[in-house]
Design a protein around this ligand. Structure first.
Ligand code: AMP
Length: 435
């Protein structure tokens, strides 16, 4: 089926044509007619399935003609999403789909001044895309006009639940008209999500595409078993081993871990940036833009900051730290192998992750292949350190001394192989190389 067979406005179809999409994705095929008819919808779909277009295209189509007949604008579509990046991404999508219309949009997010947002809110926009915290803040100060909201979208509802946003959303929803269309998207449908749908939706239609427990077939998944204290060394080794690692997303468990890992990589001469909740909105946006443009080769991210981020052509996802929740494994590796392209997902597994690995394998119903690198010197003896082991802490504590000694030993050992043919440098003399 083609897009022009779906109930979409001709100006929206023209914009879709410009994006180059040829056929609707399964979630679009199922959701667009339902949303067009005004039904409440629960969409169970992972990121990368085209779910943003599945709800924005029909909502925009319905607004187009009505908008031109009206003088004063009231917000008629409110989209709430968990992270600033996701809000901005949805906004960018809407801007491109609505380019042949007069629809006005605004973004409401934290981490930046609220002045411009207040002006936009009060001047009247058709579509508002917001994170819950800042939106509630402005709503409670009396800004905006929500009496004519026709549609509410709760995107990534499972993550909003995890992040504790439901009470804020409850307060916001109380300010909206009772009679409206509500769409809720989530990667999973568990009992908590079900109770939220009962609270916010009215006789919803359930649309489910491709379960989360099935990563795209285009992603090659590999496990490297490694001791905690060798993870940074292994990451650097991989980055040095092949130029195919040119757009690499690395996942760290904590904000501090992400920051320290990106610093450690930069110290080794790699172009790397971190995105996590402690970085300002400007820094996060710049890091993401530079990664998208290819100026930065490695983006180190926490799960929350990376949620829903859509970057084309991520060649590799590396789970530097094993995901805390099994389902995050699928979210993370879904950053690569998007829209039918090939991708590689590498997961570092230490002794302490063995149980969690079993849980992931159970979830995806697949035993992941374990590989070893013939030219990497594994430390066979050292027991797993129990103390905290972040890359910079490791460097400061002198544990990289082991690392340096190993390189020195290898250099002195005529028979030993280098860790990689294109990394002949001494670790004791740090040379900055741009990669
Ligand atoms: P999403 O699941 O909304 O994060 O979308 C994932 C990616 O798929 C985005 O880069 C969209 O631009 C792209 N996309 C959405 N719909 C289509 C389509 N019908 N054909 C090709 N790509 C699409």
């Amino acid at each position: 089926m083609k897009f022009n067979q779906l109930p979409l406005h001709e100006r929206i179809l023209k914009a879709i044509h410009d994006t180059g999409y040829s056929t609707p994705t399964p979630i679009q095929l199922k959701a667009i007619p339902k949303v067009n008819k005004g039904a409440d919808v629960i969409g169970i779909a992972q990121t990368g399935t085209g779910k943003t277009a599945a709800f924005t295209l029909p909502l925009l189509s319905k607004l187009v003609d009505k908008t031109e007949a009206k003088e004063a604008r009231h917000t008629r579509v409110l989209i709430i999403a968990p992270t600033r990046e996701l809000v901005q991404q949805i906004h960018e999508n809407i801007r491109s789909y609505a380019k042949y219309t007069n629809l006005r949009t605004a973004v409401i997010i934290g981490g930046v001044s609220d002045k411009g947002q207040i002006v936009k809110l009060n001047s009247g926009v058709d579509i508002l895309i917001a994170t819950p915290g800042r939106l509630l803040d402005l709503v409670e100060k009396g800004h905006g006009n929500f009496h004519q909201i026709e549609a509410l979208v709760l995107d990534e509802a499972d993550r909003m639940l995890d992040m504790g946003f439901i009470p804020d959303i409850r307060t916001i929803v109380k300010k909206l008209p009772k009679s409206k269309q509500t769409l809720l998207f989530s990667a999973t449908l568990n009992s908590q999500i079900e109770s939220i749908t009962k609270e916010f939706l009215n006789s919803p239609t359930l649309i489910e595409v491709e379960r989360r427990a099935s990563p795209a077939h285009t992603i090659e998944q590999i496990i490297y078993e490694i001791q905690e204290h060798q993870k940074t060394e292994l990451l650097e080794h991989l980055l040095n081993s092949s130029h195919e690692f040119y757009a690499v997303m690395v996942f760290a468990r904590t904000k501090l871990g992400a920051e320290e890992l990106s610093t450690a990589l930069k110290m080794e001469g790699f172009t790397a940036e971190a995105i996590h909740g402690d970085r300002s909105q400007g820094q996060r946006k710049r890091a993401l833009d530079d990664f998208k443009k290819g100026k930065v080769r490695v983006l180190v991210a926490t799960d929350v900051a990376a949620r829903g981020i859509d970057v084309d052509n991520v060649t590799h996802v590396i789970n530097y730290d094993f995901p805390e929740q099994s389902e995050d494994y699928i979210h993370r590796i879904g950053r690569t192998g998007r829209a039918g392209s090939k991708g590689v997902a590498i997961t570092f597994v230490s002794q302490r992750n063995q149980h969690a690995l079993k849980k992931v394998e159970k979830l995806i119903q697949k035993t992941l292949p374990k590989k070893t690198l013939p030219d990497f010197e594994y430390d066979p003896s050292t027991p797993e350190p129990t103390r905290r082991n972040t890359p910079v802490a490791a460097k400061k504590s002198g544990r990289t001394g082991d690392y340096q000694n190993k390189f020195a030993n290898r250099k002195n050992n005529a028979g030993a192989k280098r860790p990689s043919s294109n990394k002949p440098k001494s670790k004791t003399k740090k040379t900055k190389r741009r990669r």
